[in-house]
Ligand binder design. Structure first.
Ligand code: GLA
Length: 506
């Protein structure tokens, strides 16, 4: 690039000069500038008018970066690199795209947070920090009696996977309409769950208000109820939700009463910033606090714990009146993420049962980044593991294939089986076999082809532990009866597809 062009560009983007000087004009210059130290960034303006600021504490060793990032909603370790002026920082606990990337320019960090949020960070002074939060001692552990809800895994829709921060009243209403018109409600999907970013600020009495996107939560609940559906909402035991909005910290009873008064039927309660106040030993009593508060409202509200499987939640979830609990981090609309989540919840299998379920996160079916076979596998695995079925796609514009997957009544029946058993896998090369005993003495059996090429899948009746020889077998994706010969059924299975049968000795 000619020097004149460099100068013209640098007038608009001052950070290109150091990059180009080091990267192109001065060959052999490989010294990374230092960005070690404490930085503070402007954040987004939240939908409740508050600013989400971010503090970045960085250490640097040559081109390698480590450190911590924190905001009102989250804190985690980061790692990354700097080359010339360009830096990339990743969540130290996750693979994937950078959390922050950008350039050092004129003593400031300019770049992108996540997929598309611009940020500028300046050097922080010693007094620049986020507000400190006083520790509130959680209650002593005391079991909360069960609420008697969710005797089969909850089914519904949640706003997060597709809409994230863009959910609003109109979207929820049209989604409720589509839940009915598409046939989803009649297939069993009844909860319409609003995830994070609905929150406003607290009024003078401490009552949490919705933000401008949800002008009247009670009216919205009435609308959703008028469709024969139920409304879910989201909060955090921490001072802030993961997206930085007010959480229920110190307001648990007040918020439970507010939710009940609005007519809320389901609460997802997401750990998020609670990790900045509490330790893992506080998990159970902190969730118990909200479980008891919901119970005290006398309204039937499904209690959904979301703390990514911390502290062996499956062992104490029922004691806080939890109806379901996440066992994993957030799902993405990718084969590897979906499989990672289902495999992470394998050790929790003994703890699933009527009223209390392990939750490998919401469905991505219909969101467009997996093949139809992969989405059928997603649905099959969630059904075999008695997972909650919370659709995460746009119900208003589903393809026929998406509808045929989400509303396959024979697969839904496996998920909703009254016995409530969670299948575990047996591995044989690229094939994984999952067997789920059903209440009527039959079994559902799924073989997943994890490999990259087609494979022959065989089901041996002797592995199914039926009371007698196979009398009836049905392919739940083909909706057709099939025949076992000499105690075996085989089929060719494309890569990432699942053969799902219901097999009975009666
Ligand atoms: C966490 C949860 C997600 C979603 C977001 C909202 O990441 O695990 O399911 O609720 O928070 O901020």
């Amino acid at each position: 690039m000619k020097l004149r062009n460099v100068l013209v560009r640098s007038a608009r983007m001052p950070w290109v000069v150091p990059a180009l000087l080091c990267g192109a004009l001065l060959s052999g210059c490989s010294h990374a500038p230092s960005i070690a130290g404490k930085w503070i960034s402007n954040g987004m303006t939240l939908d409740n008018g508050e600013q989400q600021r971010m503090i970045l504490n960085l250490n640097q060793n040559g081109a390698d970066l480590t450190g911590q990032v924190k905001s009102l909603g989250y804190a985690f370790d980061v790692k990354g690199t700097i080359k010339d002026t360009h830096f990339e920082l990743f969540n130290a606990a996750h693979e994937g795209r950078p959390f922050l990337n950008g350039d050092l320019a004129n003593g400031e960090l300019h770049g992108i947070r996540g997929r598309n949020h611009p940020f500028v960070a300046t050097k922080a002074g010693p007094n620049d920090d986020l507000p400190t939060v006083e520790y509130i001692t959680p209650p002593a552990i005391q079991p909360v009696t069960t609420n008697g809800l969710a005797m089969t895994p909850p089914m519904g829709w949640n706003s997060w996977n597709l809409f994230a921060g863009k959910v609003d009243d109109a979207t929820v209403r049209t989604m409720a309409d589509a839940m009915v018109s598409s046939g989803m409600r009649d297939a069993g999907y009844v909860y319409i769950n609003i995830d994070d970013t609905w929150e406003g600020v607290r009024d003078a009495q401490g009552v949490l208000q919705p933000n401008h996107k949800f002008p009247d939560m009670k009216a919205l609940a009435d609308y959703v109820h008028s469709k024969g559906l139920k409304l879910g909402i989201y909060s955090s035991p921490g001072p802030r939700t993961c997206a930085g909005y007010p959480g229920s910290y110190g307001h648990e009873e007040q918020d439970a009463k507010t939710f009940a008064a609005w007519g809320i039927d389901y609460l997802k309660y997401d750990w998020c910033s609670a990790s900045m106040v509490y330790q893992d030993k506080d998990l159970q009593p902190v969730y118990q606090k909200m479980g008891a508060a919901l119970k005290a409202t006398n309204r039937p509200i499904v209690f959904s714990l979301c703390e990514y499987g911390l502290g062996k939640v499956e062992t104490w979830g029922p004691q806080v009146a939890g109806n379901l609990w996440r066992t994993t981090g957030d799902i993405r609309d990718e084969w590897s993420s979906m499989i990672e989540n289902i495999e992470k919840q394998v050790p929790t299998a003994p703890y699933a049962g009527p009223g209390h379920w392990n939750d490998p996160d919401m469905l991505e079916i219909g969101n467009g980044h997996m093949t139809d076979d992969e989405y059928r596998t997603h649905m099959s695995l969630w059904a075999l593991t008695a997972a909650p079925l919370l659709a995460g796609n746009d119900l208003r514009s589903m393809s026929d294939t998406t509808k045929s997957i989400l509303m396959n009544h024979e697969v839904i029946a496996v998920d909703q089986d009254k016995l409530g058993k969670q299948a575990s896998p047996a591995k044989n090369g690229d094939l994984e076999t999952w067997v789920k005993p059903l209440a009527d003495g039959s079994v559902a059996v799924g073989i997943v082809n994890m490999g990259a090429s087609e494979a022959k899948a065989s089901i041996n009746a002797s592995d199914l532990h039926l009371a007698g020889p196979v009398k009836k077998a049905r392919d739940l994706w083909k909706h057709a009866d099939v025949k076992f010969a000499d105690g075996t059924y085989s089929a060719q299975l494309p890569s990432h597809a699942t053969l799902l049968l219901k097999v009975s000795s009666k």
